[in-house]
Ligand binder design. Structure first.
Ligand SMILES: Cc1cc2nc3c(=O)[nH]c(=O)nc-3n(C[C@H](O)[C@H](O)[C@H](O)COP(=O)(O)OP(=O)(O)OC[C@H]3O[C@@H](n4cnc5c(N)ncnc54)[C@H](O)[C@@H]3O)c2cc1C
Length: 296
């Protein structure tokens, strides 16, 4: 590991000032579960680490006028324990629970997970299926963007090196939207996703049909993606097993999975179809207040 400077930021303003001063030479440290592994093998380390792990203003989960705001430093363990999350979006707790082991979940943060921008991240699909937005700040001021725009390429986000992700906002219009998360790895625990999937939709009770369906997939393309053709197929359709299975098949056809040492592209395509259908079924069960086993 290369030598580097270290500063523990007192608050967001302090962190932003340090990022502005050091530019690309600075690196933010949240839980460090990803960054420390990266630093160990990096040939060019940062000049300075800006540790934001003590910045309390980024650790809250609150309902605000715009919707549900989750601070970037909320850990996976805190998401699992949060009463608000468990009541409104148990799928977010399921996704958090599927990440690493206890130690990783105690340290790893939601913001850090999104900023790693790896295609298999487990927090991305559920938030993307809920049309989440991200807020970020730099010396130029505060900004907001759809979460989908944050993901540019593997390990590359749209944020500049002097920008700090502050929060994730699930819009008010989607509060309580039934959503479910599914993940398949090579083991039941401590495994990265071969494929993960989230599905969300409202139910038109008169017609028993899908309204505003969203399907988001991880580990099947360079970044987390929406399966927009499958969504368009479902919009307004009567809810049925066949419709969900067909949406799974369409989602599989629009993804671009790769073959690697963990699974072939064909196997991943099969998984997309299966997990998409399971996520749709599970979201429907949630809409009807039935408990279904979610993450295996
Ligand atoms: C053993 C192990 C198992 C794991 N299993 C999984 C798994 O199953 N699923 C999964 O999705 N991930 C997994 N991970 C990856 C990792 O734990 C998560 O991605 C974690 O959420 C990262 O958060 P962090 O706070 O530790 O980020 P850090 O390591 O502190 O930071 C990660 C990156 O994000 C940047 N960053 C952090 N916070 C901000 C911010 N607020 N604004 C701007 N940039 C920021 C950092 O500069 C760094 O580049 C695993 C990791 C380990 C070590």
């Amino acid at each position: 590991m290369k030598a580097f400077g270290y500063v523990s930021a007192k608050d967001v303003g302090h962190a932003v000032a340090l990022l502005g001063e050091h530019g690309a030479g600075a690196k933010l440290l949240a839980g460090g579960t990803d960054l420390l592994v990266e630093l160990k093998f990096a040939t060019h380390g940062p000049e300075i680490i800006v540790d934001i792990s003590r910045v309390d203003e980024l650790k809250n989960i609150t309902v605000i006028d715009e919707g549900l705001r989750i601070g970037a430093l909320v850990t996976h363990a805190e998401l699992m324990r949060s009463r608000i999350i468990r009541d409104m979006f148990p799928a977010l707790a399921d996704a958090a629970h599927s990440i690493g082991a206890v130690q990783t979940r105690n340290l790893g943060t939601l913001g850090g997970n999104l900023m790693t921008c790896v295609p298999s991240m487990d927090s991305g699909p559920t938030l993307m299926a809920l049309d989440a937005r991200v807020t970020y700040v730099s010396r130029r001021g505060h900004s907001q963007a759809p979460l989908a725009d944050l993901f540019v390429a593997p390990r590359k986000t749209s944020l500049a090196s002097d920008e700090l992700l502050t929060a994730i906002i699930i819009p008010k219009a989607n509060l309580g939207k039934p959503v479910a998360f599914q993940k398949f790895g090579l083991r039941k625990g401590q495994a990265l996703a071969l494929v993960n999937a989230a599905a969300a939709f409202w139910v038109d009770r008169d017609k028993n049909s899908f309204v505003q369906p969203r399907i988001a997939l991880g580990a099947v393309a360079p970044t987390v993606i929406r399966a927009t053709r499958a969504e368009a197929f479902l919009e307004g359709k009567t809810i049925s097993d066949e419709a969900m299975a067909e949406a799974g098949r369409i989602a599989a056809s629009e993804a671009k999975p790769i073959s690697d040492f963990r699974a072939s592209a064909d196997y991943r395509r099969e998984l997309i179809a299966v997990l998409t259908k399971r996520a749709l079924e599970s979201a429907y069960a949630r809409a009807n207040n039935k408990v279904m086993e979610s993450v295996p």
